[in-house]
Design a protein around this ligand. Structure first.
Ligand code: PMP
Length: 289
């Protein structure tokens, strides 16, 4: 496997980062997860723009342009001869002295991995997932800006552990007020009486690229959409419930906190969004070569 690392495509065995890198020492850095389908990178520019916004918000100055990073990303996919898969793009603060001070790290590091992806088993897309609410809360936006896709995922990992221990694949995370924020690696949508709802980003969710695609598709499909504060109650009484994320794409939820959602099967709106998403993903994107 060829890895893009600080300007060069190197062998996996040579793709190494310093133990003094603040990305490793403090989680000081940002990242993106991106999918490519049929030799085209899906929503590439949106992902790279979000990466630059995340970096800007934490005063991490990237020495490249958005266009350059888009090209490096495509180059990495092409160098590995892949047509379908997942890209992990990471920018770290770089190596510096021990101590938090990011100004003592002279140069950020960037690496890009293009690999195949193991999806949730197909049966979950047709039969739906069971999810639970976990006790681990999302940090308050004033503590960790939810829009910044940072390397600080310990919060999400602890929530994921709760999901695994409860035999669930995802967990709903609440914010400090007890309202629904998002899942550990996915955004949340529900359908109630023909309207599509999603929690506000300011309630503690990542501004998901897949979430934005669903909002676009809602307009195309003539489904009204409202972003608002949602509680567990709203999710319990939803007609339909689904999650979105780059890795998961669109995945139905059929049980939440051991309560069936709707009739306990993926609903018609969810199926329409899932189909429309796949059609878009397979037919659009930035060509790799
Ligand atoms: N929330 C979190 C915490 C995430 O890590 C992700 C991405 N894995 C998402 C939501 C979904 O965002 P996107 O659609 O941009 O992948």
């Amino acid at each position: 496997m060829k890895i893009w690392l600080d300007g060069n495509l190197v062998d996996e065995s040579e793709a190494k980062i310093s133990v003094f890198d603040h990305g490793l020492l403090y989680g000081d850095g940002v990242f993106e997860g991106i999918r490519f389908y049929n030799g085209r990178v899906f929503r590439l520019e949106e992902h790279i723009r979000r990466l630059f916004d995340s970096a800007r918000a934490i005063i991490l100055n990237l020495p490249w342009t958005v266009e350059e990073v888009m090209k490096f990303t495509c180059d990495t996919v092409a160098a590995n001869g892949l047509t379908d898969g997942y890209i992990r793009l990471v920018v770290t603060r770089g190596a510096g002295e021990l101590g938090l001070n990011p100004y003592l790290c002279p140069k950020p590091s960037m690496f890009i991995i293009a690999a195949t992806i193991k999806l949730y088993p197909e049966e979950h897309y047709t039969n739906g997932l069971s999810v639970i609410t976990c006790a681990t809360r999302r940090p308050a936006p004033a503590a960790l800006m939810p829009q910044v896709k940072s390397l600080n995922y310990l919060n999400n990992i602890m929530a994921k552990v709760e999901a695994i221990q409860a035999n669930a694949l995802e967990a709903v995370m609440l914010n400090e007020q007890g309202n629904v924020a998002e899942c550990t690696g996915d955004n949340i949508f529900i359908i109630k009486d023909g309207t599509l709802y999603s929690p506000l980003i300011s309630d503690g969710a990542l501004d998901g690229i897949t979430r934005a695609v669903i909002i676009e598709l809602a307009e195309k499909l003539g489904v009204p959409f409202v972003a608002k504060t949602l509680t567990r109650y709203d999710l319990y009484i939803a007609d339909e419930f689904f999650l979105t994320g780059t890795a998961a794409e669109v995945i139905p939820v059929v049980t939440y906190d051991r309560r069936p959602i709707g009739d306990g099967k993926p609903g018609p709106f969810t199926k329409r969004f899932l189909a429309a998403f796949h059609e878009l993903a397979m037919s659009t994107g930035t060509p790799v070569a």
